[in-house]
Design a protein around this ligand. Structure first.
Ligand code: NDP
Length: 395
């Protein structure tokens, strides 16, 4: 029996609240806090309708740790589950340290004014969490998250030695809009428009954005074109998977998506540099976000599937081996269950499962952890049971 404080009432937050509400034996009390109270209220009303459970709601500006500390004093949760934006990670970790509350999130810290995401800022909390005897779990979404756990599972159960990993992320769905992003547009576009990067032979190789691509046959979707991007799980996996020679991350994009993105970029709409506009400072990408469909609103008419997995090559019993470990998730089924699309669903379910691992003490530790540092088996068992079945295919 435990109490969780969920911070962030966006597309992912909504799925997390629904999924926690479905497991009352672990999440006996749920509090949802976010910047805009009405968003929390709307989620609470929907969860009441679908599960009959009551969710407490609070307004919270999590940029200031003092606000969160006050809320922690009032709510006294066993765990703070952060699904606000990456900009809030450090302020929330500070608040958790101040009140000795365990912490977890789904995305690594990113400063608002530099499009650069990396773990250094959060890894710098290692000693403080250790000394306080508390645990912080980083990146418990799908990618990062489940993909890290797939790699840990491959290392533990399927291979003697892993040589290469290719993480392949395909959204084969159709939302019917000419251009929209599936999660927070600002974070999404910042991720895609920066230089690509992968790790090989002990060093990082940098490439121009979307300059390497390959067609891949995704189970449940078919052949799609995938592009090399930098993605945050590469940073921890290249350190934690022993003997690794190369790791890359690939994401699929359609022609139409790339054309829109190029035009927006060429006219300056994806820039994070503030500009003067009629006596006001505006950040172009934030203005663009206001024009684009709210990712949560895409859910209702979304069709098709996501197919995400890890293609891993290496050796087992002296022989070469290649496996693809993956999950397929159907947009319309997610909508029927929790009224969300599959991109939010595939992030929200692992966030709930990560929280469950911590609260049931199947995952315990002092310090700051990436997902592959913990035992993959209980996590994967719960993942399949709670909506994201996974498969291992020899290729
Ligand atoms: P949304 O933009 O839909 O939601 C973010 C929520 O955070 C909003 O409710 C927003 O409030 C709230 N918020 C923003 N700033 C603050 C603040 N200062 N204080 C309190 N609340 C705040 O994003 P998503 O739900 O799509 O994404 C949530 C997180 O999940 C992001 O960090 C994203 O990077 C991560 N993610 C991880 C994935 C993975 O696989 N690991 C995949 C997809 C997303 P308001 O409503 O007022 O704007």
């Amino acid at each position: 029996m435990s109490k969780v404080l969920i911070v962030g009432a966006g597309g992912v937050g909504k799925v997390v609240v629904h999924k926690c509400a479905q497991v009352p034996e672990v999440f006996s009390e749920i509090v949802l806090a976010s910047r805009t109270l009405s968003r929390c209220e709307a989620i609470a009303a929907e969860v009441k309708e679908l599960t009959g459970r009551d969710i407490e709601v609070r307004a919270l500006d999590a940029d200031n740790p003092e606000n969160t500390i006050r809320l922690l004093d009032e709510v006294k949760p066993d765990l703070l589950l952060n699904v606000a934006l990456p900009y809030q990670d450090l302020a929330l970790m500070d608040a958790c340290l101040a009140r000795k509350v365990d912490y977890m999130d789904t995305a690594n810290y990113e400063p608002p004014d530099v499009a650069k995401f990396e773990y250094s800022w959060q890894w710098a909390y290692q000693e403080r969490f250790k000394q306080a005897g508390m645990m912080a779990l980083l990146g418990s979404g799908f990618d990062p998250g489940v993909t890290n756990v797939f790699c840990a599972y491959a290392q533990k159960k399927l291979f003697d030695e892993i040589e290469t990993i290719d993480i392949l992320d395909c959204n084969g769905g159709d939302h019917g809009h000419p251009f929209a992003t599936n999660f927070n547009p600002e974070i999404n576009i910042r991720e895609i428009t920066q230089n690509g990067r992968y790790w090989e032979a002990g060093e990082w190789k940098e490439i121009p954005p979307l300059s390497i691509h390959q067609d891949f046959d995704f189970p449940g979707v078919g052949v799609r074109r995938a592009y090399v991007l930098y993605h945050e799980e590469l940073e921890s996996l290249c350190q934690n998977i022993k003997g690794l020679k190369r790791i890359r991350f690939w994401m699929t994009f359609g022609e139409q998506y790339i054309t829109h993105l190029k035009v927006l970029e060429n006219v300056g709409m994806t820039s994070i540099e503030p500009i003067d506009f009629q006596g006001q400072k505006i950040v172009p990408i934030q203005f663009l976000k206001a024009l684009l469909p709210d990712p949560a609103s895409l859910a209702k008419n979304y069709t098709g599937k996501t197919s995400i997995g890890c293609l891993i090559e290496g050796k087992k019993d002296g022989k070469h081996k290649r496996v693809f470990i993956y999950n397929i998730c159907d947009h319309a089924e997610c909508y029927r269950e929790v009224r969300s699309q599959a991109v939010s669903y595939t992030t929200g379910v692992p966030a709930m499962v990560g929280a469950m691992m911590m609260l049931t003490k199947k995952w315990q530790g002092e310090g700051v952890f990436n997902m592959e540092q913990l035992d993959p088996e209980p996590f994967l068992e719960a993942l399949g049971k709670h909506g994201l079945p996974w498969h291992v295919e020899e290729r």
